[in-house]
Design a protein around this ligand. Structure first.
Ligand SMILES: Cc1cc2nc3c(=O)[nH]c(=O)nc-3n(C[C@H](O)[C@H](O)[C@H](O)COP(=O)(O)OP(=O)(O)OC[C@H]3O[C@@H](n4cnc5c(N)ncnc54)[C@H](O)[C@@H]3O)c2cc1C
Length: 419
């Protein structure tokens, strides 16, 4: 066991939440060490859609070029098909261009490439990254945290002032600091498959609302598409073969099933569920949780990556402020909990409303027919889906687009046992 290695902040998890939290902290001059059990690029089950608020945040952090380099495919809007076949075609409003940013309104991207690109940018900002290290335990004291992990067969112990848990829905950090997971009433199960030569993939995110499930189709580069099916959670869903389950559920979406039949499945199938859960708090003591580690609701409008980016940037910015000001942990926790609630609360309420509609096919069809006839209602729906904010330059230090400082100067610390 190695001991005594110190840094200011250890970030556990190198997905979008961890990469952005670490990058924001490092740009503000903090010493940051990021640990991930995987080696990047690593596969990540996801619908691969990043919505307008996420695209805007990436643009405001100057990360769009890196994301474009990862093969992102710009998307202008959404096509929503109701159970009776009514179709809504909506454009995302405003978009980053209206705010003077170069990123597109939304995009689809292979998560394997996106996550590796964001991690590279964090590295460039001065974050030290250790891949292939699984965090097993975190002990949080009054003045510091001790993070214990396994790299191959070696146990590593690190001391830091703070730990950020960005380690996804089964967060080891949350478990270690005693923040339990509470499943929500919405019990959904998701199946994800990528297809090559998928016909008709447009520059739109496609959503098909069915009677007991919904299906999303997102176009990827090179004629590929990601098909995601989200259905009611059932215990047998865990036991059934995923490909049988996918084929059975796709039968309820004949237009998607026809396109999938003419395409070639690539990679493996993923099943995830139950999807919706919350933690009692987004942090405690010297530990903050960001992204899925703190909670997840439903991928209907492609929420997860955006919330991961937003909460990562928020926690990184607030913690940088706290470190600079010598704030007490309780002050940082209170600021993070309140800002996170302001940021995500209205969004989660809108998503709960949307779920209530899509789970009642009759209501969904009536609303779709109404919206079809009223362009103003369609624009309002798209604005809500896009989480629209008034056009204009991104605010600085407003809680979720954090103030950016000079890059870290390289504090010269080193993890014992590593070159
Ligand atoms: C069916 C389905 C479809 C979805 N579709 C979309 C979509 O289209 N658009 C969208 O925005 N979101 C979607 N999501 C949600 C999205 O994938 C997640 O919300 C997002 O990946 C969260 O990012 P994160 O950074 O919090 O966590 P992750 O991306 O899960 O990253 C966590 C990281 O932590 C690492 N880690 C975990 N445990 C440890 C440990 N003990 N030690 C060290 N490292 C560890 C992992 O290796 C991983 O790299 C979907 C989710 C599901 C289930």
């Amino acid at each position: 066991m190695t001991g005594g290695s110190r840094t200011q902040v250890v970030v556990v998890g190198g997905g979008p939440a961890g990469a952005v939290a670490a990058l924001v902290l490092a740009r503000r001059g903090a010493e940051v060490l990021l640990l991930d059990r995987a080696r990047f690029p690593r596969p990540k089950p996801c619908g691969q859609f990043v919505g307008p608020a996420g695209a805007r945040l990436l643009g405001s952090l100057g990360l769009w070029e890196a994301v474009r380099g990862a093969g992102a495919r710009p998307l202008a809007g959404m096509r929503i098909e109701a159970p009776d076949g009514s179709v809504l075609l909506g454009r995302f409003p405003g978009g980053p261009a209206a705010a003077g940013l170069d990123s597109p309104p939304a995009f689809a991207v292979n998560r394997e490439s996106l996550d590796a690109a964001l991690l590279d940018r964090a590295r460039l900002a001065g974050v030290r990254i250790l891949e292939g290290l699984r965090v097993l335990d975190v002990q949080a004291g009054a003045s510091h945290v001790v993070v214990q992990g396994l790299a191959g067969r070696r146990v590593l112990t690190l001391r830091a002032e703070w730990v950020i848990g960005a380690d996804g829905r089964h967060s080891a950090v949350a478990r270690a600091v005693g923040l339990r997971r509470r499943l929500l009433r919405l019990r959904r199960f998701g199946i994800l498959a990528d297809f090559a030569d998928f016909p008709g993939a447009a520059r739109l995110a496609e959503v098909f609302v069915g009677r007991h499930a919904y299906c999303i189709v997102n176009p990827l580069p090179d004629g590929r598409a990601c098909v995601g099916l989200v259905t009611d959670w059932r215990v047998e869903a865990c036991r059934a073969g995923l490909s049988d389950l996918l084929a059975g559920q796709l039968a309820a979406f004949p237009s998607v099933a026809r396109r999938a039949a003419g395409a070639r499945p690539v990679g493996r199938l993923y099943g995830v569920g139950p999807l919706a859960f919350r933690r009692e708090l987004p942090g405690v003591g010297r530990a903050l949780l960001v992204g899925d580690a703190a909670g997840f609701y439903d991928p209907l409008t492609g929420e997860g990556v955006t919330a991961a980016l937003q909460t990562g940037a928020l926690a990184g910015g607030l913690l940088a402020d706290g470190l600079a000001a010598g704030a007490q942990p309780a002050e940082v926790q209170a600021a993070y909990a309140a800002s996170r609630r302001r940021l995500l609360g209205p969004r989660w309420r809108f998503l709960a409303l949307l779920q209530a509609v899509v789970r009642r096919p009759g209501l969904a069809c009536s609303i779709a027919r109404y919206v079809e006839r009223h362009p103003g209602a369609l624009a309002a729906l798209m604005a809500a889906v896009a989480d629209a904010v008034p056009a204009g330059p991104p605010a600085r230090g407003d809680g979720y687009v954090p103030r950016l400082g000079p890059p870290a100067t390289g504090p010269g610390w080193r993890l014992a046992g590593h070159a």
